[in-house]
Design a protein around this ligand. Structure first.
Ligand code: XIL
Length: 346
């Protein structure tokens, strides 16, 4: 048994599967994942830049392996992500002569991308992150090539409509980070209300949940869960982990990757995580799960963004080359104190 059994009456419990795991077919890690989790997300292999690196050129191998593993273990599969501004094909927004494509052409490419990908896994990928990170808190819609070429945010509702046409049984989510932010919450609530009125098929909201030891205020996180649920949305916690390293968290959402350069000061636990920080990590996971359990009626799924510390993207973001400890299994893939504490919550 594993975490999936601990929370079986509450929500699905998931993880993300990395490209490395799929490339090496890491049997030991895959066995651990099958034991602990009942839902998996494709960490990178279904992103548009990976699965369709150039228009019309498809790379199915890793995604097919991801699907095979999920099917063998009867898991709920999550496709991530159909429309995003990051990790896109190099030629998505330009034509052969390097000029920006028209709105009509971008829409055509979006239809082809969504329908080709979703048709291949129709009935097998149960949940799709249809649009990822389209809102910039404080500023409204993100200023992305999608937004600029369309001239407005219509690309988002088109993406939901197309996805629903291709697989009417799939659960369709809008996914984003910093979903506790009151401005972002208010903006998204208005979008959902408008979509509902006009019959745009959106079924749920994914709160990524990249949290730190003190960030964010869990009360705000909780208010967001309640607000989205009040709009008829199912809530998914899609990319949970607890960053233990010093970070200027209030810069999240800005051009962070350019702002933070590596320094030893920003990487204080390179050799070992001190026991007092480990205790805070455990307490933070417990606090987050206790809050989520209070809203189990609204929440379908809680997924961590990876399984063990060595493989977390948080070792390289928003500062490259650090030693972070954000997940439930350590670098030796052993369950951490946080894992044991969560197991005792029920
Ligand atoms: C991250 C992956 O974990 C990394 O391996 C990759 O290099 C960059 O993307 N929000 C998302 C995820 O929706 O797709 C991101 O995943 C993390 C932030």
């Amino acid at each position: 048994t594993g975490l999936k059994d601990v929370f079986k009456d509450d929500f699905l419990i998931g993880t993300a599967i990395s490209n490395r795991t799929l490339e090496t077919q890491d049997a030991e890690l895959l066995a651990l994942i099958a034991q602990e989790f009942n839902t998996i997300t494709a960490e990178n292999c279904m992103k548009s830049g990976e699965i369709q690196p150039a228009q019309g050129e498809w790379n199915w191998e890793l995604a097919d392996r991801f699907m095979a593993f999920g099917r063998e273990n009867n898991m709920t599969m999550v496709g991530h992500a159909l429309v995003w501004h990051s990790q896109t094909p190099s030629d998505l927004f330009v034509n052969a002569s390097g000029e920006q494509v028209s709105r009509a052409e971008l829409e055509r490419r979006m239809v082809t991308h969504i329908s080709t990908l979703m048709e291949r896994y129709r009935g097998q990928v149960h949940i799709w992150d249809v649009v990822n990170e389209a809102i910039d808190e404080g500023k409204g819609w993100r200023n992305s090539p999608w937004f600029n070429i369309f001239g407005n945010a219509d690309y988002m509702e088109r993406a939901f409509q197309i996805a629903h046409e291709v697989d009417p049984n799939a659960q369709l989510l809008y996914n984003d980070y910093n979903m506790h932010n009151p401005e972002k919450r208010a903006f998204l609530v208005d979008v959902i209300r408008d979509y509902k009125q006009r019959g745009i098929p959106i079924h749920g909201v994914g709160l990524q949940g990249h949290v730190g030891l003190d960030f964010p205020d869990l009360g705000e996180f909780e208010r967001s869960i309640v607000s989205y649920a009040e709009q008829g949305m199912r809530v998914h916690i899609t990319e949970l982990e607890v960053d233990v390293l010093p970070v200027a968290w209030d810069h999240i959402g800005a051009e962070i990757s350019d702002e933070f350069e590596y320094s030893d000061e920003l990487n204080p636990y390179a050799d070992k995580l001190p026991s007092d920080i480990e205790a805070r990590l455990t307490a933070r996971y417990v606090e987050v799960f206790e809050m989520l359990l209070r809203h189990r009626d609204k929440i379908d799924r809680v997924s961590t963004w990876g399984t063990y510390d060595a493989e977390s993207w948080k070792n390289d973001f928003p500062v490259k080359g650090r030693t972070n400890y954000p997940l439930l299994f350590d670098r030796q893939r052993k369950p951490k104190n946080a894992y044991h504490a969560l197991s005792k919550l029920k």
